[in-house]
Design a protein around this ligand. Structure first.
Ligand SMILES: C[S@@+](CC[C@H](N)C(=O)[O-])C[C@H]1O[C@@H](n2cnc3c(N)ncnc32)[C@H](O)[C@@H]1O
Length: 218
């Protein structure tokens, strides 16, 4: 269903470091059950990008039970955790895209999204990897096209390099989004949401304070 000639490659790991054996047949069978295939005009969607172990998708699905969360992640160990928690919590409003978020953007031609979460995107701190960073102005403008009116994008990061990069991306698309919390980006994520993802915990344990950017579609 997805064309493979998209220019935006997906970097990073597909499996964890542990040598734990995974039955991939079982995995793909379960993924298939929850697979995101196409948009339905009658449904409002939340796009959750780079979900890692899936904590944000479970949180969003519980908070917004009348919407469908599209969880985008290619990391198999993380998706297994998400799928386990979907079943444990009897959640019926999460669909999984086991791959690149750009595949989802590629097949959406209407304003389907009412919220986008991007929690702790890979910062790619080395200069030579900077082109791998996800939160570019091009990416934000692509999201703008399929966001409903007044909808919001939430981006969290604990990387000072990425903060600067995101600021630059926001500046470049200032005609597309209002940066609603610009006077308070250093407030703790906990001031907004009661959620701890793996990378949130890593940041706190290393005494790094995550910043949260909230952008509202103009
Ligand atoms: C640093 S982890 C953060 C995971 C989780 N959000 C958290 O807060 O713990 C970033 C994740 O984004 C995923 N990712 C990176 N680029 C992506 C893309 N283009 N589409 C979907 N997922 C992506 C990676 O596979 C990785 O698991």
């Amino acid at each position: 269903m997805f064309s493979s000639n998209y220019t935006n490659r997906l970097f990073g790991r597909t499996r964890g470091r542990s040598k734990k054996k995974i039955n991939l047949n079982n995995y793909y069978e379960t993924v298939d059950k929850y697979k995101f295939k196409k948009f339905n005009e009658k449904i409002e969607y939340i796009l959750d990008v780079g979900t890692g172990y899936g904590e944000t998708s479970i949180f969003l699905a519980k908070q917004f039970q009348n919407k469908v969360v599209i969880s985008c992640e290619k990391y198999i160990d993380g998706n297994i955790n998400l799928l386990k928690n979907i079943e444990k919590n009897n959640i019926n409003n999460i669909l999984l895209h086991n791959g690149n978020v750009y595949n989802v953007l590629e097949i959406s031609n209407k304003k389907y999204l009412s919220l986008v979460w991007i929690f702790f995107p890979d910062p790619w701190p080395k200069n030579r990897h900077s082109k791998r960073r996800l939160v570019t102005s091009d990416f934000l403008i692509k999201l703008h096209k399929i966001l409903r009116e007044n909808s919001e994008i939430y981006i969290a990061t604990d990387s000072t390099i990425y903060v600067r990069f995101i600021l630059n991306s926001i500046y470049k698309c200032k005609d597309y989004f209002n940066w609603v919390n610009q006077s308070e980006i250093n407030l703790s994520i906990k001031d907004y949401f009661d959620i701890e993802t793996k990378y949130y915990k890593k940041a706190i344990n290393s005494l790094r304070k995550p910043s949260l950017f909230i952008l509202r579609k103009l």
